[in-house]
Ligand binder design. Structure first.
Ligand SMILES: [Fe+2]
Ligand SMILES: [Fe+2]
Length: 286
Protein backbone atom coordinates (compact mmCIF):
# COMPACT_ATOMS: atom_id res chain seq x y z
CA UNK A 1 0.00 0.00 0.00
CA UNK A 2 1.53 3.32 -0.98
CA UNK A 3 1.75 6.23 1.50
CA UNK A 4 -1.06 8.25 -0.14
CA UNK A 5 -3.58 5.39 -0.05
CA UNK A 6 -2.50 4.54 3.50
CA UNK A 7 -3.15 8.13 4.65
CA UNK A 8 -6.61 8.17 3.03
CA UNK A 9 -7.69 4.95 4.69
CA UNK A 10 -6.44 5.86 8.17
CA UNK A 11 -7.65 9.49 8.21
CA UNK A 12 -10.94 10.13 9.96
CA UNK A 13 -13.41 12.98 9.52
CA UNK A 14 -13.35 15.61 12.29
CA UNK A 15 -16.95 14.74 13.23
CA UNK A 16 -19.21 11.68 12.87
CA UNK A 17 -22.36 10.94 10.87
CA UNK A 18 -25.04 9.74 13.29
CA UNK A 19 -27.86 7.56 11.94
CA UNK A 20 -31.18 8.78 13.35
CA UNK A 21 -34.73 7.55 13.02
CA UNK A 22 -37.13 9.69 15.06
CA UNK A 23 -40.73 8.67 15.66
CA UNK A 24 -42.90 11.75 15.05
CA UNK A 25 -46.36 10.14 15.25
CA UNK A 26 -47.38 11.60 18.60
CA UNK A 27 -45.94 15.11 18.29
CA UNK A 28 -48.30 17.74 19.70
CA UNK A 29 -49.78 20.18 17.18
CA UNK A 30 -48.50 23.19 19.14
CA UNK A 31 -45.32 21.83 20.61
CA UNK A 32 -43.72 25.22 21.42
CA UNK A 33 -45.29 26.85 24.45
CA UNK A 34 -48.73 25.53 23.38
CA UNK A 35 -48.75 28.48 20.99
CA UNK A 36 -49.56 28.46 17.23
CA UNK A 37 -47.26 31.31 16.13
CA UNK A 38 -44.24 30.17 18.22
CA UNK A 39 -44.66 26.62 16.84
CA UNK A 40 -45.10 27.76 13.24
CA UNK A 41 -41.96 29.92 13.59
CA UNK A 42 -39.98 26.69 14.00
CA UNK A 43 -41.98 24.94 11.26
CA UNK A 44 -41.29 27.84 8.86
CA UNK A 45 -37.56 27.08 9.31
CA UNK A 46 -38.00 23.32 9.24
CA UNK A 47 -39.71 23.27 5.82
CA UNK A 48 -36.65 24.96 4.30
CA UNK A 49 -34.28 22.23 5.49
CA UNK A 50 -34.89 19.19 3.25
CA UNK A 51 -34.34 20.89 -0.11
CA UNK A 52 -32.06 23.59 1.30
CA UNK A 53 -29.70 20.95 2.65
CA UNK A 54 -29.78 18.95 -0.58
CA UNK A 55 -28.75 22.15 -2.36
CA UNK A 56 -25.83 22.60 0.08
CA UNK A 57 -24.68 19.04 -0.55
CA UNK A 58 -24.92 19.39 -4.34
CA UNK A 59 -23.00 22.68 -4.36
CA UNK A 60 -20.10 21.17 -2.39
CA UNK A 61 -20.14 17.93 -4.37
CA UNK A 62 -19.90 19.92 -7.61
CA UNK A 63 -16.49 21.33 -6.66
CA UNK A 64 -14.91 18.69 -4.43
CA UNK A 65 -12.77 17.30 -7.28
CA UNK A 66 -10.99 20.66 -7.41
CA UNK A 67 -9.43 19.90 -4.01
CA UNK A 68 -6.54 17.55 -4.66
CA UNK A 69 -4.15 18.26 -1.79
CA UNK A 70 -6.25 18.15 1.39
CA UNK A 71 -7.33 14.62 2.38
CA UNK A 72 -8.63 15.81 5.77
CA UNK A 73 -10.98 18.29 4.07
CA UNK A 74 -12.15 15.53 1.70
CA UNK A 75 -13.02 13.35 4.71
CA UNK A 76 -14.89 16.27 6.31
CA UNK A 77 -16.81 16.90 3.06
CA UNK A 78 -18.00 13.29 3.12
CA UNK A 79 -19.11 13.62 6.76
CA UNK A 80 -20.80 16.97 5.98
CA UNK A 81 -22.75 15.31 3.16
CA UNK A 82 -23.73 12.45 5.47
CA UNK A 83 -24.93 14.79 8.25
CA UNK A 84 -26.94 17.03 5.91
CA UNK A 85 -28.57 14.06 4.19
CA UNK A 86 -29.68 12.75 7.59
CA UNK A 87 -31.08 16.19 8.59
CA UNK A 88 -33.05 16.41 5.34
CA UNK A 89 -34.44 12.89 5.89
CA UNK A 90 -35.56 13.50 9.49
CA UNK A 91 -37.14 16.93 8.91
CA UNK A 92 -38.96 15.54 5.86
CA UNK A 93 -40.22 12.65 7.98
CA UNK A 94 -41.55 15.16 10.56
CA UNK A 95 -43.38 17.07 7.79
CA UNK A 96 -45.00 13.87 6.52
CA UNK A 97 -46.24 13.06 10.02
CA UNK A 98 -47.42 16.64 10.57
CA UNK A 99 -49.75 16.29 7.54
CA UNK A 100 -52.39 15.05 10.01
CA UNK A 101 -52.85 18.65 11.19
CA UNK A 102 -53.90 19.67 7.66
CA UNK A 103 -51.27 22.38 7.16
CA UNK A 104 -49.52 20.66 4.22
CA UNK A 105 -45.90 21.50 5.16
CA UNK A 106 -44.68 19.37 2.22
CA UNK A 107 -46.02 22.00 -0.21
CA UNK A 108 -43.67 24.54 1.43
CA UNK A 109 -40.75 22.15 0.93
CA UNK A 110 -41.57 22.13 -2.80
CA UNK A 111 -41.74 25.93 -2.81
CA UNK A 112 -38.25 26.04 -1.25
CA UNK A 113 -36.93 23.77 -4.00
CA UNK A 114 -38.46 25.90 -6.78
CA UNK A 115 -37.22 29.11 -5.19
CA UNK A 116 -33.65 27.85 -4.82
CA UNK A 117 -33.68 26.44 -8.33
CA UNK A 118 -35.12 29.55 -10.00
CA UNK A 119 -33.25 32.16 -7.92
CA UNK A 120 -29.97 30.34 -8.52
CA UNK A 121 -30.50 30.24 -12.29
CA UNK A 122 -31.84 33.78 -12.54
CA UNK A 123 -29.73 35.80 -10.11
CA UNK A 124 -26.42 33.97 -10.02
CA UNK A 125 -26.47 32.14 -13.38
CA UNK A 126 -25.93 28.75 -11.73
CA UNK A 127 -22.13 29.22 -11.42
CA UNK A 128 -20.36 26.71 -9.20
CA UNK A 129 -18.61 29.43 -7.20
CA UNK A 130 -21.85 31.33 -6.70
CA UNK A 131 -23.80 28.25 -5.64
CA UNK A 132 -21.06 27.40 -3.16
CA UNK A 133 -21.20 30.98 -1.84
CA UNK A 134 -24.98 30.56 -1.28
CA UNK A 135 -24.16 27.46 0.76
CA UNK A 136 -21.44 29.26 2.79
CA UNK A 137 -23.85 32.13 3.56
CA UNK A 138 -26.74 29.89 4.61
CA UNK A 139 -24.47 27.53 6.53
CA UNK A 140 -23.27 30.52 8.56
CA UNK A 141 -26.88 31.53 9.20
CA UNK A 142 -27.88 27.97 10.15
CA UNK A 143 -24.83 27.46 12.39
CA UNK A 144 -25.53 30.75 14.16
CA UNK A 145 -29.20 29.86 14.74
CA UNK A 146 -28.12 26.43 15.99
CA UNK A 147 -25.64 27.89 18.51
CA UNK A 148 -28.30 30.30 19.68
CA UNK A 149 -30.73 27.44 20.31
CA UNK A 150 -28.08 25.65 22.38
CA UNK A 151 -27.53 28.83 24.43
CA UNK A 152 -31.23 29.64 24.90
CA UNK A 153 -32.34 27.11 27.51
CA UNK A 154 -35.43 29.24 28.18
CA UNK A 155 -36.61 28.51 24.62
CA UNK A 156 -35.68 24.83 24.90
CA UNK A 157 -37.85 24.70 28.04
CA UNK A 158 -40.80 25.93 25.96
CA UNK A 159 -40.47 22.86 23.72
CA UNK A 160 -43.15 20.62 25.14
CA UNK A 161 -42.34 17.62 22.99
CA UNK A 162 -39.18 15.65 23.82
CA UNK A 163 -38.85 14.21 20.30
CA UNK A 164 -38.94 17.68 18.72
CA UNK A 165 -36.50 19.04 21.29
CA UNK A 166 -34.15 16.14 20.54
CA UNK A 167 -34.51 16.67 16.76
CA UNK A 168 -33.63 20.38 17.00
CA UNK A 169 -30.76 19.94 19.46
CA UNK A 170 -29.22 17.03 17.51
CA UNK A 171 -29.43 19.14 14.35
CA UNK A 172 -27.94 22.13 16.22
CA UNK A 173 -24.95 20.11 17.43
CA UNK A 174 -24.19 18.82 13.94
CA UNK A 175 -24.64 22.22 12.27
CA UNK A 176 -21.91 23.48 14.58
CA UNK A 177 -19.67 20.47 14.06
CA UNK A 178 -19.63 21.02 10.29
CA UNK A 179 -20.13 24.79 10.18
CA UNK A 180 -16.79 25.56 8.51
CA UNK A 181 -16.67 22.79 5.89
CA UNK A 182 -18.31 24.64 2.97
CA UNK A 183 -16.44 27.81 3.94
CA UNK A 184 -13.07 26.02 3.97
CA UNK A 185 -13.86 24.50 0.57
CA UNK A 186 -14.69 27.97 -0.77
CA UNK A 187 -11.45 29.50 0.53
CA UNK A 188 -9.37 26.56 -0.62
CA UNK A 189 -10.65 26.84 -4.21
CA UNK A 190 -11.38 30.53 -4.65
CA UNK A 191 -9.03 32.10 -2.10
CA UNK A 192 -9.55 35.13 0.12
CA UNK A 193 -8.84 37.92 -2.38
CA UNK A 194 -11.15 40.84 -3.23
CA UNK A 195 -13.08 38.96 -5.95
CA UNK A 196 -13.77 35.96 -3.70
CA UNK A 197 -14.74 38.28 -0.84
CA UNK A 198 -17.07 40.39 -2.99
CA UNK A 199 -18.77 37.31 -4.38
CA UNK A 200 -19.47 35.80 -0.96
CA UNK A 201 -20.75 39.01 0.70
CA UNK A 202 -22.99 40.09 -2.19
CA UNK A 203 -24.51 36.62 -2.21
CA UNK A 204 -24.93 36.70 1.57
CA UNK A 205 -26.84 40.00 1.27
CA UNK A 206 -29.19 38.52 -1.34
CA UNK A 207 -29.55 35.18 0.46
CA UNK A 208 -30.33 36.62 3.89
CA UNK A 209 -32.91 39.05 2.48
CA UNK A 210 -34.63 36.24 0.58
CA UNK A 211 -34.56 33.83 3.49
CA UNK A 212 -36.12 36.30 5.94
CA UNK A 213 -38.83 37.24 3.43
CA UNK A 214 -39.60 33.59 2.62
CA UNK A 215 -39.61 32.60 6.27
CA UNK A 216 -42.15 35.31 7.04
CA UNK A 217 -44.20 34.18 4.02
CA UNK A 218 -44.17 30.57 5.27
CA UNK A 219 -45.14 31.66 8.78
CA UNK A 220 -48.09 33.66 7.45
CA UNK A 221 -49.15 30.75 5.22
CA UNK A 222 -49.08 28.31 8.15
CA UNK A 223 -51.03 30.73 10.38
CA UNK A 224 -53.59 31.17 7.59
CA UNK A 225 -53.96 27.43 6.90
CA UNK A 226 -54.32 26.90 10.66
CA UNK A 227 -57.13 29.46 10.93
CA UNK A 228 -54.94 31.57 13.25
CA UNK A 229 -54.32 34.57 10.99
CA UNK A 230 -56.26 36.91 13.26
CA UNK A 231 -55.04 35.37 16.52
CA UNK A 232 -53.22 38.57 17.46
CA UNK A 233 -52.18 37.45 20.94
CA UNK A 234 -50.40 34.45 19.38
CA UNK A 235 -48.70 36.69 16.77
CA UNK A 236 -47.53 38.91 19.61
CA UNK A 237 -46.15 35.95 21.58
CA UNK A 238 -44.37 34.39 18.59
CA UNK A 239 -42.95 37.59 17.13
CA UNK A 240 -41.65 38.87 20.48
CA UNK A 241 -40.07 35.46 21.18
CA UNK A 242 -38.08 35.73 17.95
CA UNK A 243 -37.81 39.43 17.19
CA UNK A 244 -38.34 41.19 20.54
CA UNK A 245 -35.61 42.93 22.56
CA UNK A 246 -34.32 39.57 23.89
CA UNK A 247 -35.58 37.76 20.79
CA UNK A 248 -34.05 34.58 19.42
CA UNK A 249 -33.14 36.27 16.11
CA UNK A 250 -32.55 39.79 17.47
CA UNK A 251 -29.66 38.51 19.60
CA UNK A 252 -27.84 36.89 16.67
CA UNK A 253 -27.80 39.92 14.36
CA UNK A 254 -24.18 40.87 15.33
CA UNK A 255 -22.92 37.30 14.86
CA UNK A 256 -24.67 37.02 11.49
CA UNK A 257 -23.25 40.38 10.44
CA UNK A 258 -19.66 39.22 11.17
CA UNK A 259 -19.83 37.29 7.89
CA UNK A 260 -19.24 40.59 6.06
CA UNK A 261 -15.77 41.04 7.60
CA UNK A 262 -12.98 40.37 5.06
CA UNK A 263 -11.09 38.08 7.47
CA UNK A 264 -14.16 36.19 8.68
CA UNK A 265 -14.01 32.48 9.51
CA UNK A 266 -16.88 30.46 11.10
CA UNK A 267 -14.67 29.21 13.96
CA UNK A 268 -14.03 32.78 15.13
CA UNK A 269 -17.29 32.09 16.94
CA UNK A 270 -16.00 29.44 19.27
CA UNK A 271 -18.75 26.93 20.00
CA UNK A 272 -16.57 24.05 21.27
CA UNK A 273 -17.83 24.36 24.87
CA UNK A 274 -21.45 24.42 23.73
CA UNK A 275 -20.80 21.38 21.55
CA UNK A 276 -19.22 19.40 24.37
CA UNK A 277 -22.08 20.32 26.71
CA UNK A 278 -24.80 19.22 24.26
CA UNK A 279 -23.04 16.09 23.03
CA UNK A 280 -22.94 14.96 26.68
CA UNK A 281 -26.52 16.07 27.33
CA UNK A 282 -27.84 14.16 24.31
CA UNK A 283 -25.78 11.07 25.18
CA UNK A 284 -23.77 11.22 21.95
CA UNK A 285 -20.93 8.77 22.33
CA UNK A 286 -19.11 9.84 19.18
FE1 LIG B 1 -28.39 20.52 8.50
FE1 LIG C 1 -25.31 22.53 7.63
Amino acid sequence: MNAKVDLLTTLKASFPVRRMDFEFKNVLKYWVNGDPCSTHMFSAMSVMFPDGERYFVDSVRAVRDMITDDPQLQKDISAFIGQEAMHAKEHHSFHLNAEVHGLDPESLERFTFNLLDKATKLIIRNGKQQRLAVTCALEHFTGTIAAQLMRREDIQNMMQDETMKHLWLWHSVEENEHKAVAYDVYEKIYGTGPAAYLNRVVIMAIAITLIIAVKFGFLTTLMYRDGQLTNFSSWKKGLSLFWGREGFFTQIIPETWDYFRPNFHPWQHNTHDLLNKYRAKLGMTN
